[in-house]
Design a protein around this ligand. Sequence first.
Ligand SMILES: [Cu+2]
Length: 153
Amino acid sequence: MRHKLLLASALTCALSSIVQAAPLVVNEPWIRAMPSNSRVIPIFFGLENITSSERVLVAMYSPAGEVEIHETVPVDGMMKMQPIMALPIAAGQKVMLKPGGYHGMMSSFTHGVPAEGETVAVTLVYANGEEQQIHVKVIRRAKTKTMQMPATN
Ligand SMILES: [Cu+2]
């Protein structure tokens, strides 16, 4: 019985040390301020892997709504975005989630579309079980021509 308890606590320690490992460096997170009737809003940030092993971003979640990881790809001459299940960041590398490229896409808002000036908590989930919470401010910025926001998603 005593052995089982020791084993259980050792396992718990191992699991919690994985989840609490060093997070990646998040640069300039921002959400584009969008009209209050928007179906989706984009989330942008740079993700720098300063660890010595690859990290794979596999999900994002937020109390403010559902979040998918999207990529932007050319389809018949138009830039379209689509969900991806994994975004790898090699050791020492930086991946930009930016207009016209990768981004987080929030929908199904819990309390409506986040307004300009609000800060939204978003948790990044990695394939190894690590999670990292970031705080993303909603700001107004000029649109870029490469990013097409669809009316529905
Ligand atoms: Cu998108």
